[in-house]
Design a protein around this ligand. Structure first.
Ligand code: HEM
Length: 136
């Protein structure tokens, strides 16, 4: 990831600010509308445990300059996801849904450069998670 991409992500996350809390509910609404088939993988009540997506993004954004340090945790998370029933083909759907949700909470701060930076970050996160899936 280039220093420009990292700077764009940090600025974008900062610009989202308190609207971060809107991200997860928005994301779920969009995801289940777009891919109703994955609803059954999640607990009925997602309001509490949720996907903790915003928390995960925050941790990753804080470690963009040292992604190796969070890679083992992401790999473990990927392996847990395989047990939840997440399939590799779900990742692009989740990634696109996340991008659309980020765009919505970003408002005027969203532009092509910011979108490409997030796309790259989501690809790195997804690929790292998938690399942690153990065969069983
Ligand atoms: C960018 C990629 C993703 C990130 C950052 C992410 C993040 C998370 C986090 C932090 C949790 C909380 C539980 C844990 O840490 O194990 C979680 C739970 C969950 N995720 Fe994801 N996730 C991603 C992709 C996916 C995909 C592709 C699916 C497939 C539909 C998925 C389905 C689930 C389910 C079903 C749970 C809840 C399982 C349960 O509590 O029973 N996630 N996710």
């Amino acid at each position: 990831m280039t220093p420009e991409t990292i700077a764009a992500l940090e600025a974008s996350f900062a610009a989202i600010g308190d609207r971060r809390t809107e991200l997860t509910p928005l994301f779920y609404d969009r995801l289940f509308a777009r891919a109703p088939g994955v609803r059954g993988l999640f607990p009925d009540d997602i309001s509490h445990q949720a996907m903790k997506l915003a928390d995960t993004l925050e941790v990753v954004i804080a470690h963009l300059r040292s992604l190796d340090s969070v890679a083992p945790a992401l790999m473990e998370m990927g392996d847990r996801h395989a047990r939840y029933g997440a399939k590799p083909e779900h990742y692009p759907i989740v990634g696109d849904t996340l991008l659309a949700s980020l765009a919505e909470v970003s408002g005027d701060a969203w532009n092509h450069k910011v979108e490409e930076a997030w796309r790259e970050a989501i690809e790195v996160i997804s690929a790292t998670m998938l690399s942690g899936v153990r065969s069983r």
